[in-house]
Write a protein of this length. Structure first.
Lengths: 240, 443
């Protein structure tokens, strides 16, 4: 795969990755007899530009922790700061702005808009990031070239393989040059070969952009690629 | 998210479920089409009925006579007069200057001896077996026939006399009745001739009575009287008869010789609502009037009720149709909850999602509204053509299909869009409030 430097993308991103500091984070769902205490005092630090693999059994709260760090939910109790910004104080448009500026998501289900082509998916993300219309197409094509899909720009997700869709999703996650990249089971729906390609791509792009990467996975082989690993058990983190 | 992005998402999302979208658009089309068609047909029917009330001419026509008004009943539909009062050019100018007056036409009637000339087709023999019509006395009614639309008459057969003709006359159905001609076949009277004799009494120690005789051909049959007489002729004709009558120096009936240049006026108000005001203005000027304003007002009230009922039926159909939009969008929200979560995860705000779904509602409403307006106009044209054919076959005036109600069609489109936006608000709000958390898996 040919490697290219990403073209400049206004507004200029802050250099380096975002640091994450979590102290005594608790979270629960439901009420009464149906109440589920998912996180029970999580403490965790991720240094800026670091690469952490988060593992744990199903229902351990991995996805919840990822959602909280990514600003998809507001913390209920405890401290959660990203680059010193207290996420519990953000709501509404401020929380959307945080996601738009700071975070890039890669989902197990890829999360591409099915009615848009690969290029249009990227252009939509660039539009949300405030990139001028005139610059979007070139930037989208450059991103697709970066993930080796320059020939598939006009294809819709349904016309791409799982591995290709996840590469488009990675390109979209990086479109606005996030400082924190969160991947939720990024290889969960991929075969071995596609998984290896996607993981290599994630690691390379993280190294090039300097962003912080947190990968949630069941797969020990995927976790083993990260220099730092943490396991969620019974709502608490154990550092491996 | 820009409007353009939201529009692209909306269009593509609608095309993802083409059958659902098509059925929703068809429902809105039928609802909107029904509303436009019912309203247009009701409007045409209203015009037709009002036209009938106006007896072919303007329903807002007011008859003015050369007499003072009866102050005890100024608002009566029936003519109530006081003492005679001349209607001269000064009075005509004053009435013409009154607010909300569209036109003023002078009418002059003169007494004549009438001798219908045989042969007359369609005339039945009388009790004595004679088919020769009996001479009788009546009035010639002269009017300016150059603007027939300002006269409250319906032409049943033929045409009105030429503007300055002294040899043509139009007769009313009263004349056909007198001659026992079937009024359902007024054409029978066309082409027949009538001998008229305008009387003159020469005053002096010995009374001499003379007639100014002239012959006129019947060129038309009208349904109503413009004045008190069955014979409508150009104003020139009655002016000559009046001059002849006055030249004798005595009134044929033994009374005072007429001095008023006009025996009456036909005044047309700018619209039906102004008839009462115009009548009041004329009453203040000192002349008696008559107009079917109470009858017209009552009928208009009933027509308004019918309009409301028909419009209500159409509106209910449209509301049911746009509820289909709400249903389809709610299904779409359920289907796309993860997609919505992903959009929020990559930075979309609640209002971006709201705009996306509202635009889907607007697109469906606009498509249905435009198609519905076209359908409604087509249905109106077809129904109008069928009704027109029926009326003409029955010997009645047809209805005017010449004007396409573009304003109504535009209102139909705008109404469909507005209702669609309302219907789309609940699903759009629900979509906008979906948590971004739906983008990732559970726990």
């Amino acid at each position: 795969m040919e490697r290219r430097a990403l073209p400049p993308c206004p507004p200029a991103p802050s250099p380096g990755g975002a640091s994450v500091r979590i102290r005594g984070l608790e979270h629960e769902y439901g009420s009464g007899a149906r109440r589920v205490h998912v996180l029970r005092g999580v403490d965790l630090d991720v240094e800026g530009g670091g690469h952490l693999a988060l593992t744990g059994r199903s229902g351990a709260g991995k996805s919840t922790l990822l959602a909280l760090v990514g600003g998809l939910e507001r913390p209920q109790q405890g401290e959660l700061r990203v680059d010193g910004e207290d996420l519990s104080l953000l709501r509404g448009d401020a929380l959307s702005g945080y996601r738009r500026r700071t975070v890039g998501f890669v989902f197990q289900h890829f999360g591409l808009v099915q009615v848009l082509t690969a290029r249009e998916n990227l252009e939509l993300a660039l539009s949300l990031a405030g990139v001028p219309r005139a610059a979007r197409a070139a930037r989208a094509d450059a991103l697709l070239a970066e993930v080796g899909l320059e020939g598939r720009a006009g294809h819709r997700p349904g016309e791409l393989s799982g591995g290709e869709q996840q590469r488009v999703a990675i390109a979209r996650a990086l479109a606005h040059r996030p400082r924190l990249l969160l991947a939720d089971e990024p290889t969960g729906n991929l075969d071995e070969e596609a998984s290896a390609m996607v993981l290599e791509l994630l690691e390379r792009l993280r190294a090039e952009s300097g962003c912080t990467l947190v990968v949630v996975t069941h797969n020990p082989a995927v976790a083993a690629r990260a220099p730092r690993r943490a396991r969620l058990d019974d709502g608490m983190v154990r550092i491996a | 998210m820009s409007h353009r992005d939201a529009l692209m998402l909306a269009v593509r999302s609608l095309l993802r479920r083409p059958l659902r979208t098509a059925l929703t658009v068809v429902a809105v089309t039928l609802g909107s089409g029904l509303l436009v068609a019912l309203t247009a047909i009701a409007g045409t029917a209203d015009s037709r009925i009002i036209n009938e009330l106006g007896r072919g001419g303007p329903a807002s026509a007011i008859k003015v006579v050369a007499a003072e008004p009866d102050r005890s009943a100024p608002d009566s539909d029936v003519l109530r007069t006081g003492r005679p009062r001349d209607l001269d050019e000064a009075a005509v100018r004053a009435i013409r200057r009154a607010p909300d007056v569209t036109s003023v036409e002078g009418v002059l009637q003169t007494p004549v001896e009438v001798i219908p000339l045989p042969p007359i087709r369609g005339m039945r023999a009388d009790a004595k077996g004679s088919d020769r019509p009996t001479p009788f006395e009546d009035n010639l009614v002269g009017a300016d026939l150059s603007r027939p639309r300002d006269l409250p008459v319906t032409i049943l057969a033929g045409r009105l006399p030429a503007t300055h003709s002294l040899t043509e006359v139009a007769v009313t159905t009263g004349y056909l009745d007198r001659l026992t001609i079937d009024i359902d076949h007024p054409q029978a009277a066309l082409g027949t001739e009538i001998e008229f004799g305008a009387p003159q009494i020469e005053s002096g120690s010995v009374v001499h009575m003379r007639g100014r005789w002239f012959r006129a051909r019947v060129v038309g049959v009208v349904a109503q009287q413009v004045g008190d007489g069955d014979f409508l002729v150009p104003l020139d004709q009655t002016r000559q008869a009046r001059s002849w009558e006055i030249a004798g120096g005595a009134d044929p009936d033994g009374g005072r010789l007429p001095t008023s240049p006009y025996s009456g006026l036909i005044v047309v108000a700018s619209n039906l609502d102004q008839v009462h005001t115009v009548r009041a203005s004329i009453t203040v000027l000192g002349y008696a009037t008559s107009a079917p304003e109470h009858l017209v007002a009552s009928v208009l009230k009933y027509l308004h009720v019918v309009d409301i009922v028909l419009g209500g039926i159409g509106t209910i159909a449209l509301v049911i149709a746009v509820l289909g939009i709400a249903n389809a969008l709610l299904a779409a929200v359920r289907e796309r909850h993860r997609e919505i979560g992903v959009l929020k995860a990559i930075g979309a705000r609640d209002r971006d999602v709201l705009r996306w779904f509202e635009l889907e509602a607007v697109l469906v409403g606009a498509a249905g509204g435009v198609l519905g307006a076209a359908l409604g106009l087509a249905v109106t044209a077809i129904v109008g053509a069928v009704v027109d054919g029926y009326l003409v076959a029955e010997g009645l005036d047809g209805i005017d299909l010449g004007t396409i109600p573009w304003g109504l069609a535009l209102l139909g489109v705008l109404g469909s869009v507005a209702l669609s936006v309302l219907a789309g608000t609940l699903p759009a709000l629900r979509a906008a409030r979906l948590p971004a958390r739906d983008a990732v898996g559970s726990l």
